[in-house]
Design a protein around this ligand. Structure first.
Ligand SMILES: [Mg+2]
Length: 470
């Protein structure tokens, strides 16, 4: 370690700055708390379990605004419960560099949200909480009134009871609910052509009824362009986000468009022409969605795909766009730091204010790698579903749903749950909550109880893009 630090400092130090301040020795308690408080990023990456308290102490000291970002190793036990921390495998050097970069460039609102949730959990999981959990592990008869259960990460097959178990406590009797839903493959089954992916009548009817409930907020977050997805869904008074959130139409009709560098506009036209001229053959075609182009190859014979798809990707990159893969399609996206995750946070903040995560319950459902951005951004702050028939696809979602039918069932469950709320339930619930809080300082867990304790496998493998074809 000494040699490595010496080498790095020897190569990069100037007379007013050195890249590493290496402290080998003790610092006082107060000094350490100051370091924790002022750090932009804490990288706690033991090679095996250990240093858990360092992560917790860092979180406890984060009183500055904006706060810092915590990165933990999947090998530290803390990684299993500190869901809002970024995870970084210290053996994967390139990945570690990427995670570090993500932490250093993380927007202020996301840092604040993550740190608020981390701090809330550490506050609730105090010394009494840990004592109780140790005693319980040892088989001691201790009150189990607020014991968390370890829940399964899959939901096969799905019944109304599954949703009752997973969502009833989380949604509760008084909370407003924000539903963020992808369209293709989530609400409407995937079809050979985007125009044929029709919203089933039953799904539309439930959504329509939910949208009329005062406690429900609905946003459709799609990769289609915003006018197109609005047409396909056809429900008024809800939010529509198109092109993965680059365009958003709010319920009052106002529109948000994420700025795209001006020089890209001409390039979109050039790229469209190049794709049409060079790779649109044997049934392949390009959909023009404004800022985003989609190259569809579902109808193309497999032997031709192997040649056309890499060629399309090359054209997209050579025009300065990012390649994104979708169901039998490749997308050309503008190179901006905006995705369904950033868009979801923007939508929630616009609708519910800066402290949205404290004020509403959020359900997100999506079927695609682009939805993983949202599941990752909302981790620990929402109930998240990945629609997939596979149990091995990597996902940051908390639950898997096998099909669009099970999304419909979730919507029906929500409708039933909300319409069974008793008038006056709010007062009763508030009284009950106050009572619990007065009695037991760890009772804040009541509000977080939907988070499955065991996310070990998902957390480790999560988040990296895995392309999936349906
Ligand atoms: Mg989709």
């Amino acid at each position: 370690m000494d040699q490595l630090v010496g080498r790095i400092n020897g190569s990069f130090t100037t007379y007013s700055w050195s890249p590493i301040r290496y402290i080998y020795g003790c610092v006082s308690h107060d000094e350490l708390a100051g370091f924790y408080r002022d750090s932009a990023v804490a990288l706690v990456t033991p090679l095996r379990d250990g240093m858990n308290l360092v992560a917790k102490e860092f979180v406890a000291c984060q009183i500055n605004q904006p706060p810092g970002v915590l990165i933990v190793s999947p090998f530290a036990g803390a990684g299993e419960t500190m869901h809002e921390a970024l995870i970084c495998n210290p053996y994967e050097i390139n990945e570690a560099a990427e995670v570090l970069h993500r932490a250093l460039t993380m927007p202020e609102d996301e840092r604040t949200l993550r740190m608020n949730s981390l701090r809330r959990r550490e506050k609730a999981n105090d010394v009494n909480f840990w004592m109780k959990s140790f005693m319980k592990q040892m088989g001691s008869q201790i009150e189990e009134e607020d014991a968390d259960e370890v829940k399964s990460v899959t939901m096969h097959p799905v019944t109304m009871d599954d949703f009752e178990e997973y969502l009833a406590d989380y949604i509760g009797q008084t909370n407003k609910v924000a539903l963020l839903l992808d369209y293709d493959g989530t609400l409407a089954p995937i079809a050979p052509h985007p125009d044929l992916a029709i919203l089933p009548v039953e799904t539309k009817n439930v959504l329509q009824r939910l949208s009329n409930m005062p406690d429900v907020y609905i946003a459709i977050v799609s990769g289609r362009n915003v006018d197109n997805v609005m047409n396909m869904v056809g429900i008024e008074g809800i939010t529509y986000a198109g092109n993965h959130g680059l365009e958003i139409i709010h319920p009052d009709g106002t529109k948000f468009v994420h700025p795209i560098p001006a020089e890209l506009e001409g390039k979109v036209r050039d790229l469209l022409k190049s794709l049409q001229d060079q790779v649109c053959k044997e049934g392949a075609w390009v959909e023009n969605k404004g800022a985003v182009l989609t190259f569809h190859y579902r109808e193309t014979p497999a032997c031709v795909r192997a040649e056309l798809v890499p060629q399309a990707c090359k054209l997209i990159e050579s025009h300065g766009f990012k390649v994104g893969s979708s169901h039998c399609a490749v997308e050309a996206r503008p190179p901006v730091q905006w995705n369904k995750g950033r868009a979801s946070i923007y939508i929630l903040r616009t609708a519910f204010g800066f402290d949205w995560s404290e004020r509403i319950r959020i359900i997100y459902a999506g079927d695609d790698v682009t939805d993983e951005d949202a599941m990752q951004a909302l981790k620990g702050m929402a109930a998240t579903f990945r629609v997939t028939s596979s149990s091995i696809i990597r996902t940051a979602a908390e639950r898997r749903l096998p099909s669009t039918d099970s999304v419909l069932m979730m919507l029906k469950w929500l409708e039933r749950h909300l319409s069974q709320r008793k008038p006056g339930g709010e007062d009763t619930m508030r009284a009950l909550k106050n009572k619990i809080i007065a009695r037991n300082s760890s009772s804040l867990k009541v509000e977080m109880s939907f988070v499955p304790i065991s996310l070990k496998g998902a957390e480790e493998s999560a988040l990296e893009e895995s392309s999936e074809e349906h």
